[in-house]
Design a binder for this molecule. Structure first.
Ligand code: SF4
Length: 367
């Protein structure tokens, strides 16, 4: 039923050395067919996500971070669709009855119906998402308890009394004060921090293996943000969850993540450990992002350097390296003519830039 990535061409072997890979994304293209043209949100995304680690996904607005998460969750709806590529989920299953061993099952998510029964069972039970603004993600006409219990009743086969007990336990686990009272409350009756904790509880209700956190603390004050980040790190350690942390905030990345994926205009331009990303960045875009944030504790006065220009709109097709109109190291005649391919520049470190090799990306056959 389900053709696997292992059985098709693997355009980029994993470079995350020694890691147990839980998600493998290859050549992913997601387009939006609108009245004013085709918005190419993802243009051949390749990366791996290691099991039980936190992967930061960074880049300016419009680089494709959230669409990547929605594509993996199979939640892209019309006028958008995945037009090419593979997403492999490697999920652990029990070997069988009375068998304590575990086997790894590979499922190609792009071959499943987005709203079909298999994908719906994976969403919620295996993968879950915390959205940026809980007020727009929580349903205002249902209590917090009803919304958390809905996922528990759907995936865990328990009755309502048990589901409510579990909902209260989850709220308690995320540090919510008076969880037995909060289950009876509607979203508008909670503060911003409480709503974000409720949103996290909803996402964690079935202890997913993979959690996408899309700017989960942007709308919060710094104290609540610190509490929520501590909470997520704690939960990740306790249940060995894999977290994909989507953010603009490089300070949060340094604090939270093991690896970093840098995206620009619908492509991954660099992937590395968090230390290499901050202390040994290779791609000019990554270096520009780092120069544009203040460094606490720096002895010298430093001028912040904004990245010149803006992210081009996804309707326009840029010839050559997508970053070349903004790049200070552009090589005329090369960077504006060809798209750089993937180059391994170190242990668990890849980059797409002609400064490191002449590798050219294979032409895509997507129209
Ligand atoms: Fe800059 Fe050229 Fe590298 Fe693109 S390929 S980031 S334009 S140096």
């Amino acid at each position: 039923m389900n053709q696997t990535i292992s059985s098709t061409s693997d355009k980029a072997a994993s470079i995350l050395e020694g890691e147990d890979i839980i998600l493998k994304v290859r050549d992913l293209h997601t387009y939006f067919y609108t009245d004013i043209g085709v918005a190419r949100a993802l243009n051949g995304v390749n990366f791996d996500i290691p099991r039980g680690k936190v992967m930061g996904m960074v880049g300016e607005s419009g680089c494709g971070k959230s669409v990547t998460a929605l594509s993996i969750m199979r939640m892209v709806t019309k006028p958008g669709r995945i037009v090419q590529g593979d997403i492999a989920l490697f999920r652990k299953k029990k070997g069988g009855e009375n068998d304590k061993s575990q086997i790894i099952e590979e499922i190609n998510l792009t071959k499943l119906e987005g709203m079909g029964p298999v994908m719906r069972s994976i969403r919620g039970a295996e993968m879950s998402m915390i959205f940026q603004e809980p007020m727009t993600s929580l349903n205002p006409s249902y209590t917090i308890g009803d919304q958390i219990m809905e996922a528990i009743l759907l995936h865990q086969g328990v009755d309502k009394v048990e589901a409510e007990k579990r909902a209260i336990n989850i709220l308690d686990g995320v540090g919510m004060a008076n969880p037995a009272l909060v289950v009876k409350r509607y979203p508008h009756e909670l503060s911003g921090g409480m709503r974000q904790r409720a949103m996290i509880s909803l996402a964690l209700s079935c202890t997913p293996s993979i959690l996408f956190a899309d700017e989960p603390t942007t709308a919060l004050d710094v104290t609540t943000e610190a509490q929520i980040l501590d909470l997520m790190r704690d939960l990740q350690g306790r249940i060995n969850m894999t977290i994909i942390f989507i953010t603009h905030n490089l300070g949060v990345v340094a604090q939270m993540c093991d690896y970093v994926t840098v995206m620009y205009l619908g492509r991954v331009v660099e992937q590395a450990t968090v230390d290499d990303t901050f202390y040994n960045p290779k791609h000019p875009y990554t270096s520009s992002l780092l120069r544009s944030i203040p460094h606490v504790g720096s002895r010298q006065k430093e001028r912040l350097m904004p990245i010149r220009g803006v992210v081009p709109d996804p309707y326009s097709a840029i010839k050559g390296c997508p970053f070349h109109p903004r790049c200070s190291q552009v090589m005329r005649g090369k960077c504006d003519a060809q798209v750089p391919g993937l180059t391994v520049v170190g242990k668990s470190h890849t980059v797409r830039c002609f400064l490191y090799s002449d590798t050219v990306e294979e032409a895509s056959n997507v129209r």
